[in-house]
Design a protein. Structure first.
Length: 180
């Protein structure tokens, strides 16, 4: 029974090598962003970013397979005179909701300001990169990753050279430097 379901999925969705490629690209590019966050001792580091991205990528791969299966069924139903409306983005939209909830947990408001917004944004970004690669949008995933990494690293250095300064996060649980 379970093997039959797996056979159907592989027939309708991307093959094993394609799934490995999508997950591998997600791991590499989101890993860069996660490492940057980890090096800055932020509350969500490389592991959190990768888990969010893998979850989003997995949902996107599943959505891709479900869409292809639904497309085949829609053609059969259209031949019978039934009108079918396929909405490929429905499952992906739920990723945005879930990641928004997760990102909200990284934001901290204190009397000195609001912290964690960049980390929340990078978690959202990790999910969107995972969705891009999961749906087979390799170029948009690569471009999104590289430009985002440039913003996180190079743009911050550019701001430090001007009169516009970046406010450092306070010493809070999860942002402290752990020395061995």
């Amino acid at each position: 029974m379970a093997l039959g379901v797996f056979d159907t999925y592989l027939k309708d969705g991307p093959g094993i090598l394609e799934m490995i490629l999508r997950m591998g690209l997600t791991a590499f590019f989101v890993g860069l962003i996660g490492i940057e966050r980890q090096m800055r001792h932020k509350i969500a580091g490389v592991t959190t970013h990768l888990m969010v991205a893998f979850g989003a990528c997995g949902i996107a791969i599943l959505q891709d397979a479900l869409f292809k299966e639904a497309l085949g069924m829609a053609v059969e139903m259209a031949n019978q005179g039934v009108t079918v409306n396929l909405e490929r983005q429905r499952v992906i939209a739920q990723v945005v909701t879930g990641v928004g909830f997760l990102g909200a947990g990284t934001i901290l408001k204190t009397s000195n300001g609001i912290y964690g917004l960049t980390t929340a944004a990078t978690l959202f970004l990790a999910a969107m990169i995972g969705v891009c690669f999961g749906m087979g949008g390799y170029w948009i995933g690569i471009i999104l990753s590289l430009i985002s990494f440039l913003f996180l690293t190079g743009f911050r250095r550019l701001l430090e050279a001007t009169s516009i300064k970046h406010t450092k996060s306070p010493e809070i649980l999860g942002s402290e430097v752990i020395e061995k």
